[in-house]
Design a protein around this ligand. Sequence first.
Ligand code: COA
Length: 176
Amino acid sequence: MAKKSKYVKESYVTMTELVLPNDTNTLNNLMGGRLMHWMDIVSAIAAQKHSNRIVVTASVDNVSFGKPIQLGNVVTLRAQVTRSFSSSMEVRIDVVAEDIPNSKKFESNSAYFTFVAVDQSGRPIDVPEAIPETDQEKEYFAGALRRRQLRLVLAGRMKPNDAAELKSLFNFDPTS
Ligand SMILES: CC(C)(COP(=O)(O)OP(=O)(O)OC[C@H]1O[C@@H](n2cnc3c(N)ncnc32)[C@H](O)[C@@H]1OP(=O)(O)O)[C@@H](O)C(=O)NCCC(=O)NCCS
């Protein structure tokens, strides 16, 4: 039976939060852990929308914070499934912070989270294929296989020699 498919755009989620005192550190900046909590929620919703299943976070790629987000800023998180595999889905999250009274806005950070759809017993279950339509969706889709191989190699779940897409990126020849 052919695998079901869904458009990437069907997974789009936007979440908006106001940074309140309880979200900040002693410098009045948003705590990284709070931002990651919001990123986890928005990306889990995107993965649920794609799979119509319960999903669990399997891994979080490199997340870095270049510029602090301040008390009173409004944080907008956008998430979308970039590509699905058998039971797993890669989700991209883009975070924008806004100082509305001063009309200032900046891109805070982006990250990729991986979710696995599971049944009621927590066993991985197949998800629909993700169909990209826009140029940007196609770009994220194309890079997803390379990122998957890198994270599985780092997690010790794939042998570097089996990561064909990664090797082609580095022109790596294991025989030389
Ligand atoms: C994620 C989980 C369901 C995977 O279960 P598993 O028995 O290892 O299942 P499998 O080996 O069959 O892998 C299932 C999928 O998970 C993916 N996966 C497993 N570990 C991964 C990791 N570290 N990074 C990315 N993907 C991972 C596999 O690549 C596979 O994807 P595919 O089906 O699309 O090929 C299981 O490890 C789990 O329940 N983890 C806890 C999840 C959780 O509690 N999250 C919240 C953290 S506080």
